[in-house]
Write a protein that binds this ligand. Structure first.
Ligand code: SAH
Length: 341
């Protein structure tokens, strides 16, 4: 049975029409679930008993569970237990511009990036749309506040789970649903080109972030196996098309790994690589983990890298650090839960 929190408004409308009811019923249900946050059918006034019965027979209204939570002042990290006993995690961050949440899209990940905990643990399965939506609903309930920004940058490669990701985006972006503006939603990919192609057909205003992490194929091949399938040239070409079609600015994420990708030469090469794109680069101080040998770049080197990009007129920021105390890097909490540390 499908979970109700993974159903788009359009699919719910089709369901009611098929069942000889009015399309409008779907909007009513969406308003109870997402505006009033009433999840219990019995508490939905002005929905007839026949309709409630029909919904009960066809949809599951259950939730995944918050298994544990770690908090620091401006960050909360949640570990969720799924119905089949798998674990995923989300991170909530308080910014001056609002509250953002970083959600997971898969249990584990098959992309195998050498610096990442999630890759080390391999993909177990895709998340269903409802399992991504419920991360938001449960955290909002926990903090008693609404989340303003969503990034799909937790465990998993979203474009390796495209159909469910698509439904998830529709549900949270729907103005009768969770109603998070397109420009407040960001999807981050390691560069799966077929996914980028589909994404630019389906969505024009959702933000796209690319985990680049290297200025050339030699380095990228060493740390990101996906580069052997879709190399940097192909990636930049599709991003040029993306830019032409959507007119949106692309974000590049660049983890600073000591003596791997952080030299001044790398900065110069990176500036050349992206100079014709409307983009900005987010330099990310690497979150070291016990299981992986990479080291975070020295602060002076991060600043030198930053300066070179600036001098070359590249928009660049150094990511504010959240959650070092709470194992906040992608997959770390889950890795600990699974006792592999
Ligand atoms: N698969 C997608 C989204 C998940 S990874 C992608 O590759 O973009 C989310 C981001 O966290 C990526 O940029 C990833 O490279 C980064 N990341 C993974 N482990 C990290 C760590 N230990 N420290 C800092 N960033 C990390």
């Amino acid at each position: 049975m499908k979970n109700i929190f993974g159903i788009t408004l359009k699919d719910l409308e089709d369901f009611f029409i098929e069942n000889k009811d009015k399309k409008f019923r779907a909007t009513q249900i969406f308003e109870f679930l997402y505006k009033k946050r009433i999840f219990d059918l019995d508490k939905m006034t002005n929905i007839g008993n026949n309709n409630k019965e029909l919904l009960r027979e066809n949809f599951d209204f259950s939730f995944i569970k918050i298994k544990s939570k770690q908090e620091d002042k401006d960050v909360k990290k949640y570990l969720f237990e799924l119905k089949d006993g798998n674990f995923i995690e989300s991170v909530l961050m308080y910014h001056d511009y609002g509250i953002s949440i970083c959600v997971s899209s898969q249990v584990g990940c098959n992309m195998g990036c050498k610096f990442c905990e999630s890759g080390r643990l391999k993909k177990v399965r895709n998340l269903e749309a409802y399992e991504i939506v419920e991360q938001i609903l449960l955290i909002e309930k926990d903090i008693k506040e609404r989340i303003s920004h969503v990034v799909v940058m937790g465990i998993g490669e979203p474009f390796d789970n495209y159909e469910n990701l698509k439904d998830f985006i529709k549900i949270i972006n729907c103005n009768k649903g969770i109603d998070i503006g397109a420009r407040h939603i960001t999807i981050s990919t390691c560069g799966l080109i077929p996914g980028i192609k589909r994404f630019m057909e389906d969505f024009n205003e959702i933000n796209l972030a690319i985990s680049l992490h290297a200025p050339n194929d030699t380095i990228r091949n060493k740390i990101m196996p996906i580069n052997k399938v879709y190399n940097i040239k192909e990636l930049i070409n599709i991003l040029k098309e993306y830019e032409k079609k959507t007119k949106r600015r692309i974000t590049f994420e660049y983890i600073m790994l000591e003596n791997i990708n952080d030299s001044n030469e790398c900065a110069i090469e990176l500036a050349k690589l992206v100079k014709d794109l409307n983009c900005y680069i987010n330099l990310i101080p690497y979150n070291e983990t016990e299981n992986i040998e990479f080291k975070r770049s020295k602060k002076v080197q991060i600043l030198s890298f930053y300066d070179i990009l600036k001098k070359n007129n590249i928009n660049v920021t150094i990511r504010k650090e959240f959650g070092r105390k709470v194992d906040a890097a992608c997959g770390q909490l889950r890795a600990n839960q699974m006792g592999r540390k």
